[in-house]
Design a protein. Structure first.
Length: 86
């Protein structure tokens, strides 16, 4: 994908995450979109209370990954670059 395609995709994905952020904020957390790789792996960073939350793995699969894949079918996986389990 070209740099302009990647930039546009990141904007769209960040917009998708905006729908999830209020739910994370209730518990003092947030999520930052870091990058999308050539093979469509999305890299995110947990922020605030999400970094040490034992529910982050479930939130990732059932919330973040599901939302991104439903709006962006090219997404293969979503991985956190920080947090519990790393």
């Amino acid at each position: 994908m070209s740099e302009s395609e990647k930039s546009e995709l990141l904007k769209k994905m960040d917009s998708t995450l905006d729908g999830i952020r209020p739910h994370l904020a209730v518990d003092g957390g947030n999520i930052e979109l870091i990058d999308v790789t050539e093979d469509y792996k999305v890299l995110v960073k947990w922020i605030g209370n999400c970094v040490n939350c034992s529910m982050s793995a479930m939130t990732m699969k059932a919330g973040i990954e599901q939302a991104l894949k439903s709006k962006h079918p090219e997404v293969q996986s979503v991985e956190a670059v920080n947090g519990i389990g790393l």
